[in-house]
Structures are given as structure tokens and as C-alpha cells.
Design a protein around this ligand. Structure first.
Ligand SMILES: Cc1cc2nc3c(=O)[nH]c(=O)nc-3n(C[C@H](O)[C@H](O)[C@H](O)COP(=O)(O)OP(=O)(O)OC[C@H]3O[C@@H](n4cnc5c(N)ncnc54)[C@H](O)[C@@H]3O)c2cc1C
Length: 377
């Protein structure tokens, strides 16, 4: 007797879809189950849509490796699959002389990570590139870009489908347990059922830790405690005066209140960092409090004094799936196979915050390798 489904992927965000594609291209039979009625209704549609160069992350970390690998793969994928994107570049600004050392340390880290085109620029060169910026010096990152995230997810889903994968919407994963040869998985929705699978990949974003607790046999201490850090965005009520992304020196928990542009030339600022009290992903309030604008004006005017009163409008928010609490060192991406949690056939992903979008294809390749290696044991 064989399993009902070979590989089940939980979550149709950018990570689950990229994994489904990688597994399907490796010749596996794949079904993605998604709680919502469309792809990308979670973190993947509430982010900055930046293709990161790989600048900030600890050298040797998964974030550093997978961001640099993933960025190269993503540019290639977007070109091959006609996904709208632009290699617009980015400038990180030192607003005052005391931030210069921070930026030089960031440049050294970028080079150690393989983002070797990041370079220091003086005030005059920076002004020539972006006349409205104020600062003492900056770092230019020509490999940073932007991507239409929704188009990317549709292209990933389409390519996965071309290789035989399918997606079941309005089909929440409820629980799983190992029974002999297979994992027995309970699915909800209109056609609730129990199915047997060879391999299950948990890629449910903010919900991953909560869902892991429903899987029999995972040691509870291998499941990270979720901590949520909301990021609020404000949009600019006129066309962007910048053609590149503009970042200040980073702040704890995030990259500072930066300016990103979308492919239509619209400018938005954020995300800021607002730690939430709840650890329940189903109880998140995504509304943006207009009163937060005061802090945005102060932060933005440090590098763009030309921002006028009344120009910032509340926009959307997203929530970072953190796995360490406020005030502690940044955690790395967590990709756990049987060697960590002991459940044969299960790969669980946690803490896939930024640069998860950039890293999606490289994360998917890692997971596909892990699945293949475990199948051969
Ligand atoms: C504010 C912010 C800004 C960011 N900016 C960037 C950026 O500029 N560049 C970058 O590289 N990265 C960025 N990121 C990170 C990036 O957005 C994420 O790493 C990525 O989107 C995570 O994708 P995911 O598929 O893991 O999660 P999600 O997109 O949340 O997908 C998980 C899916 O699982 C589904 N699900 C949940 N429960 C169940 C269930 N029981 N059964 C079935 N399905 C379920 C959800 O509905 C969801 O669709 C940012 C993140 C945030 C929060």
C-alpha cells in the first residue's frame, strides 16, 4: 500500500510555494494545503518586497548564505518567468558622523557575506545620486532590488503546477501523527479528511509554532516560542523623489524606518518595530495607528528634511514571525529535519522573517535536499 499523497506542504506563502516547486521539479508528487482561499494571504503579502543583497546578517548564518544564494536565483527566476522586478539599488545613509563606524562595519559584513559590490560613497556622490538625501556618507548597494511579490507567488505556483503539484485552498492543516510507515494528517475545511503522507513540510509562517504543537512526537522543547513584531507602513502622498531605496542605519529588531519604492514608483516608509503582547497568530490586529506618524516624521527627516507635514498616510502592516523575544540577539532561520525533532518525514520551518522573500528559492533547495537525504536513510 502506498501513501495517499507523497509530499504535503502546509502553507501557500512564498516559502511553501517555492518548496512545492522544488519538490515537484525533483519528481515528487506534491499537494500544498492552504487555510485561506488564495496564495500569499499571510506574511508574504505584507512586506517591503525588497530583494535584499545580503548585507546585515551574521556571516555563516543561514540568513546570510540563503539571502545571497536566493537573491541570485530570484533575479534569474524573475527574468525567466516574466515576474516584474527592478534592480534599483539602495543607499544606507549615515545621518551623523557617529553613525559612520556602524556603516563601515555593515560594509565589512556585507563583503564577508558575499555582497561584494557594497561600497562606501561620500556625501557629494550620494547627493549626485539622490539630491534630496541629507547625510555625512553612505553605502551604495547596487544589487538590491524590488519585486512584485504577488506575481512571484503566482509564477512559483504556476511552475510547481507545470511539474504536477496542486494547491488545495480553504483546507487547513489540523494535526498529524506518525503511524507506522506514514504520517497520518488531519485536514479541515468542507472536505475534512485524514490522509497518509510520506513527507510533510510545515511552512505556515506565523502559525508554524502553534501547528507544530498539534504534531505528535515533536519534542515540545524543539518548538520555538513565537514572538511577534509588527511593522507599520506609511505611504507618501506624492510621487517618490528617490529612484533608489533609502535606509537609515539599522535599529534593534528591524532595519530602521526606510523608504522603499514599488514598481509603480509609489514610495512607502517603514516598517517600524512594534512588539505585540499576543503570541496567538489568529489574534493579530493589522490596523495601522495614525498616531505612529509622529515617530515616522522624526526618523525620516534625519535623512530627508524635505518631507513636509501632512504627507504621510497610514498604509498596511505586516508581522515578523520572530522566535526570540524583544531585546535578545537576532535568531537565524530554523529549518528542522528528523535529526532535530525525531519525526521521520517531517520538515518544520520557523522564524522565516526577512530576508525570507529574497531567500525563498534557496530555502526551497535546502528543504528539497533535506527531504531527499532523509528518504535515502
Ligand atoms: C514587515 C515585514 C517586511 C518584510 N520585508 C521583506 C523584504 O523586503 N524582503 C525579504 O526578503 N523579506 C521580507 N520580509 C520577510 C518575508 O515577507 C517572509 O520571510 C516571507 O513572506 C515568509 O513567507 P512564508 O511563506 O513563510 O509565510 P506566509 O506568507 O505567512 O505563508 C504561510 C501560509 O500558511 C498559511 N497557514 C497558516 N495556518 C495554516 C493551516 N493551519 N493550514 C494551512 N495553511 C495555513 C497562511 O494562511 C499563509 O498563507 C518581511 C517580513 C515582514 C513581516
Amino acid at each position: 500500500m502506498s501513501a495517499d499523497i507523497d509530499c504535503l506542504v502546509i502553507g501557500a506563502g512564498v516559502i511553501g510555494l517555492a518548496i512545492a516547486r522544488a519538490l515537484a521539479r525533483a519528481g515528487r508528487e506534491v499537494v500544498v494545503v492552504e487555510r485561506e482561499r488564495a496564495v500569499g494571504q499571510g506574511v508574504s503579502s505584507r512586506n517591503s518586497e525588497v530583494i535584499h543583497a545580503g548585507i546585515y546578517y551574521a556571516p555563516g548564518s543561514l540568513k546570510a548564505q540563503l539571502c545571497v544564494e536566493g537573491r541570485q536565483q530570484l533575479y534569474r527566476f524573475c527574468a525567466d518567468h516574466h515576474v516584474p522586478h527592478a534592480r534599483c539599488g539602495k543607499i544606507i545613509v549615515a545621518a551623523s558622523a557617529d553613525q559612520r563606524d556602524t556603516l563601515l562595519a555593515i560594509a565589512a559584513r556585507a563583503h564577508a557575506n558575499g555582497a561584494t559590490d557594497v561600497r562606501e560613497i561620500g556625501r557629494d556622490e550620494m547627493k549626485a545620486m539622490e539630491p534630496e538625501i541629507e547625510g555625512v556618507m553612505g553605502l551604495a548597494s547596487p544589487s538590491t532590488g524590488i519585486v512584485d511579490t504577488h506575481a512571484l507567488m503566482l509564477a512559483l505556483e504556476g511552475d510547481a503546477a507545470m511539474h504536477g503539484a496542486s494547491t488545495a485552498f480553504a483546507t487547513p492543516f489540523l494535526s498529524a501523527a506518525r503511524t507506522g510507515e506514514y504520517l497520518r494528517v488531519r485536514l479541515g475545511g468542507d472536505e475534512a479528511c485524514d490522509i497518509s503522507v510520506n513527507t510533510c513540510v510545515l511552512a505556515a509562517g506565523l502559525a508554524s509554532p502553534r501547528l507544530a504543537h498539534t504534531i505528535d512526537g515533536i519534542p515540545r522543547d524543539s518548538i520555538p516560542v513565537p514572538h511577534f513584531a509588527k511593522g507599520n507602513y506609511f505611504t507618501l502622498g506624492r510621487r517618490s523623489p528617490f529612484s533608489r531605496l533609502i535606509y537609515p542605519a539599522p535599529e534593534p529588531g528591524g532595519l530602521g524606518t526606510h523608504l522603499t519604492i514599488d514598481l509603480g514608483g509609489r514610495a512607502r516608509f517603514g516598517p517600524d518595530v512594534e512588539w505585540l503582547d499576543t503570541q496567538d497568530d489568529l489574534a493579530i490586529d493589522y490596523a495601522v495607528d495614525p498616531a505612529r506618524a509622529d515617530k515616522f516624521y522624526r526618523a525620516i527627516r534625519r535623512y530627508w528634511p524635505g518631507l513636509r507635514d501632512g504627507e504621510l498616510l497610514p498604509d498596511y502592516s505586516g508581522v515578523r514571525p520572530k522566535i526570540v523575544p524583544q531585546g535578545t540577539a537576532e535568531a537565524d532561520f530554523m529549518i528542522q529535519g528528523q535529526d532535530v525533532h525525531g519525526v521521520r518525514g517531517l520538515v518544520a520551518l520557523y522564524g522565516i522573517e526577512s530576508p525570507g522573500l529574497t531567500s525563498a528559492l534557496a530555502i526551497a533547495a535546502r528543504v528539497a535536499d533535506l527531504v531527499a537525504a532523509e528518504a535515502n536513510v
